[in-house]
Design a protein around this ligand. Structure first.
Ligand SMILES: Nc1ncnc2c1ncn2[C@@H]1O[C@H](COP(=O)(O)OP(=O)(O)OP(=O)(O)O)[C@@H](O)[C@H]1O
Ligand SMILES: [Mg+2]
Length: 248
């Protein structure tokens, strides 16, 4: 039987008395490929930070592979949502990804670390750029490098916050194909405000707008999405990622 990667029970989270998350119950299995979709401010990034133990809920419990979040941090690969990323310092692509293999202050990087970095860069089609300064990359290229950095940790669960935000359609397709390969080795969770990212590769969808509205196979998620967004949505019919919002 598949193991539980993440179990959240009765999570409540608020900031300054404002409810951000209410009564979240969510189980993610070790090989799930889950998309969490919801409007801006719905609490998606917050939820990921709670899974990693960066934020502590006022109520409820979180277990990651049966342990407290901070005890399982080494099993988690994370792509933060990029709002602003300072690239104005001298570090190249290879070195940026190598940071994902950081073992602590007294440990040097090994040949295995270097091999893993090259493999991760290959996975996101950025190997040719390994010597390039990160300040010289486009937004989408930078995002791919940061995905490589998350992958190089060889995580058991990969958390991706708006991973396709600045990636072009061709690269998105490659990216989804990569994720569907990776899910044999790890649980993959991606969050996005853009229902267009939901593709045939995603297995289950949860809809988050302070509350979690549904968590199930793509076909049954439509109702939950409409509740979360408070407007009618035409969701994926034939596996081609697209976004259609009827007049509302
Ligand atoms: N440090 C903070 N202080 C006050 N409010 C915060 C803080 N961080 C987040 N919030 C609020 O919590 C709510 C949820 O934010 P969160 O970033 O989780 O949303 P999101 O679903 O990821 O949105 P987006 O689609 O825009 O990325 C928002 O209303 C936001 O304003
Ligand atoms: Mg967010």
């Amino acid at each position: 039987m598949a193991k539980n990667a993440v179990v959240m029970e009765g999570i409540f989270y608020e900031i300054n008395g404002i409810k951000i998350l209410e009564d979240i119950n969510l189980t993610i299995k070790e090989n799930d490929f889950l998309a969490i979709i919801g409007p801006n401010g719905g609490g998606k990034s917050t939820l990921l930070k709670i899974i990693m133990g960066l934020l502590k809920p006022q109520k409820g419990t979180v277990k990651v592979f049966g342990h407290l979040p901070h005890e399982s941090l080494h099993k988690i690969g994370y792509l933060p949502q990029i709002t602003h990323f300072e690239t104005d310092f001298p570090i190249n692509v290879f070195e940026t990804v190598l940071m994902g293999r950081y073992h602590g202050p007294l440990h040097n990087y090994s040949k295995d670390d270097e091999k893993s970095v090259l493999k991760s860069l290959q996975n996101v089609n950025m190997l040719d750029y390994k010597e390039q300064q990160i300040g010289e990359l486009s937004g989408g290229q930078l995002q791919r490098v940061l995905i490589a950095r998350a992958l190089t940790r060889e995580p058991q669960i990969l958390l991706l916050d708006e991973p396709t935000a600045s990636i072009d359609p061709q690269m998105q397709k490659n990216f989804y194909e990569l994720l569907s390969k990776l899910r044999n080795e790890m649980a993959v969770v991606m969050v996005s405000h853009d229902i267009g990212v939901v593709s045939s590769y995603v297995e289950t969808i949860a809809c988050l707008n302070r509350r979690l509205f549904s968590h199930g196979p793509v076909e049954t998620a439509k109702k939950g999405l409409e509740e979360a967004y408070k407007c009618p949505i035409d969701l994926i019919a034939h596996g081609i990622p697209h976004r259609v919002l009827r007049e509302h």
